[in-house]
Design a protein. Structure first.
Lengths: 404, 219
């Protein structure tokens, strides 16, 4: 133990003495480790964000859109789900504690006093805020009676509040939605931007009956349907049941694709992770390349160093150093440098994170995992690329070495 | 030392550098080995110092046959029994004087305390205790050689092997260095001095000459 400690203290001595070599090796390792740790952190961040979103939107919930997988963009969805489907699902699935239909129209002009604004109108039931776990912070939800009676009442998102009311309290005020007066009964809490960049607070929720009859002139089709189940564990079993149930109701032959799309929490995660995938791929390629380059820089500078320090090796051997002692010293030098490079790289990545989040909203989450990955890789580089030069140093014949 | 032979293979040629050396060095002796360059004296020194092994023959150092030992075993022998003093001093340029003196203690099999104190005592003995924190390039040649002598003595070896220790030094410094070596010898060290300089060789109690790989008697 004492001997190892002695040898490593010699390594540290040499790392400090040969500053240029240390600097260049450290720099190249740091760059590689910086991108690798960023990748780990970005992947982790994406998962964390995805899980956050699922947690917020309900891990026990499914969202069903009309239209198949191909046409998922807003506004291009076919309407294939009817109010009758909604009723049938309510009847057939005892395991579901909430079945809430939704319909949506974009670019509706709303006005309050002399202020005008274009927003999205959502029609839904009195359970809208519950089914999305989206609390009303001022006023209250509209009621079942409001839905049954086609009342002109609504919930308003924070963004629309800012646009129409500014600092004024919107509860109890009337706004015009397509020239229909609507009383604001509640304000939804701020939700921010969805991962796809949609501003969620830019919407007004009205009773679905009101929207269908008075704005859409529609009697049966809705845009989407949200279902929450008691038993979260069996969620993926319910996905399959719902699918065959709806296919059956819509009379789709087995060879045809679904005319609806079921979005489960799993798919939200998949989607979000794919979103960060391009960053991960880019950094991954540069990271691996720069680490390999760093390894070769290290190996070459160490080979030069061994050549330059032949005499030192000879002196040490004459003083009684065994081959292994020389090997340990040089390997120690390389691992000390790459470890410092790894730590420096982690710090660079940490600083770079601020830059990346400025450019785009990438969820980057640094944790001990990213740190451990960086440290581990720097050891791999240190040992992997330092071994051959260290071996060469230890294999030098002391007599030839000492003559320089 | 009996019938030591050393053959180098250069390409397909066998070059016999030492052609059968018989030499007995008593404990506590001060002996000079003289010879011109190419006479084989450096090869002989390498073998005496356990930096190299002979092709054939027997070499017994401190009651131990060392001519067939492994590389690791030779390292231990060098560490414990031999102190080297070289013509070019061979100090580590990036280490301080004190660190240079302590170098052999790093490789001791069983570490012991007090090396630092001992190193300072040795520096005092060779007269440069005030330079302990200096780097070798801040010292004169004579001072560097004193550091090298202190380093050679730090592990308390029986044998001090000096290869042209004064080759780089002027006459006055040569005298000082030789006096230090003589003092070491008086304190019980076996000193083997390798040189081509008759004046320097004269400090020793016994002088042997080597020529063309064998020890010759001078007329």
């Amino acid at each position: 133990m004492d001997r190892l400690f002695n040898l490593l203290s010699q390594s540290i001595r040499a790392v400090r003495a040969f500053k240029m070599r240390t600097f260049f090796c450290l720099l190249s390792v740091a760059l590689g480790i910086a991108s690798i740790t960023t990748i780990v952190a970005a992947t982790e961040g994406a998962y964390k964000k995805a899980l956050d979103i699922v947690e917020r939107f309900g891990p026990d919930a499914l969202l069903i859109f009309g239209g198949g997988e191909e046409a998922r963009a807003v506004g291009q969805r076919q309407k294939t789900i009817t109010l009758a489907d909604v009723e049938a699902i309510k009847q057939a699935f005892d395991s579901a504690y909430m079945v809430v239909p939704m319909t949506s129209i974009g670019n509706i002009t709303v006005s309050y006093k002399n202020k005008k604004y274009q927003t999205r109108i959502i029609g839904s039931t009195s359970d809208y805020s519950h089914v999305w776990t989206w609390p009303v912070i001022q006023g209250s939800d509209f009621t079942e009676e409001d839905v049954r009676g086609l009342q002109n009442v609504g919930l308003i998102g924070q963004h629309v509040v800012k646009e129409l009311f500014g600092e004024e309290d919107p509860v109890g005020k009337y706004i015009l939605v397509n020239r229909i007066p609507v009383e604001i009964v509640g304000v939804l809490i701020e939700r921010g931007t969805s991962p796809t960049g949609v501003l969620l607070d830019d919407r007004i929720i009205l009773p679905i009956t009101t929207v269908m009859r008075k704005l859409q002139n529609e009697t049966q089709y809705v845009s989407a349907l949200r279902v929450r189940f008691y038993d979260q564990k069996n969620l993926y079993y319910y996905v399959e049941e719902l699918r065959s149930f709806l296919r059956n109701r819509h009379g789709i032959p087995p060879e045809d694709p679904d005319d609806f799309t079921i979005i489960s929490p799993k798919e939200i995660i998949k989607f979000l992770v794919a979103l960060t995938g391009s960053l991960v791929a880019f950094l991954g390629v540069t990271g691996v390349i720069s680490l390999i380059v760093a390894g070769f820089v290290l190996a070459n500078l160490f080979l030069l160093s061994v050549q330059e320090r032949r005499q030192e090796i000879g002196i040490r051997r004459a003083a009684g150093a065994k081959r292994r002692d020389i090997l340990v010293q040089f390997l120690g030098e390389s691992v000390i440098i790459t470890t410092s490079g790894g730590i420096a790289g982690f710090l660079v990545a940490f600083a770079g994170k601020e830059l990346l989040t400025l450019i785009a909203e990438f969820p980057i989450e640094f944790s001990w995992k990213a740190f451990a990955a960086g440290l581990f890789l720097s050891w791999v580089i240190g040992i992997g690329f330092g071994l051959q030069p260290a071996k060469r140093a230890s294999d030098l014949n002391p007599i030839e070495a000492i003559r320089g | 030392m009996e019938d030591i032979k050393k053959t180098y293979i250069m390409g397909n040629q066998h070059v016999e550098v030492l052609k059968g050396i018989n030499l007995n060095i008593e404990k506590g002796e001060f002996i000079s080995i003289m010879g011109t360059s190419g006479s084989g004296k450096t090869t002989l020194m390498n073998i005496i110092g356990c930096l190299d092994v002979p092709t054939s023959g027997r070499y017994i150092l401190a009651d131990r046959e060392v001519s067939r030992l492994t590389d690791d075993e030779l390292s231990v022998i060098r560490n414990e029994h031999v102190g080297f003093v070289f013509q070019n001093f061979y100090l580590l340029p990036y280490a301080t004087v004190l660190e240079n003196v302590l170098l052999p203690t790093l490789y001791i099999e069983h570490q012991m305390d007090g090396s630092d104190k001992r190193a300072r005592e040795l520096l005092k003995l060779v007269g440069i205790e005030k330079r302990a924190r200096f780097k070798p390039n801040q010292l004169s040649g004579g001072e560097q050689q004193r550091v090298a002598i202190a380093r050679a003595l730090i592990n308390n070896p029986e044998l001090v092997l000096a290869d042209e220790p004064t080759g780089q030094l002027d006459n006055k410094t040569t005298e000082e260095i030789m006096n230090i070596l003589t003092t070491m010898n008086k304190q019980g060290k076996t000193v083997v001095l390798i040189t081509h300089d008759a004046t320097v060789a004269g400090y020793a109690e016994k002088v042997v000459h080597i020529q063309d790989g064998i020890i010759i008697e001078l007329p």
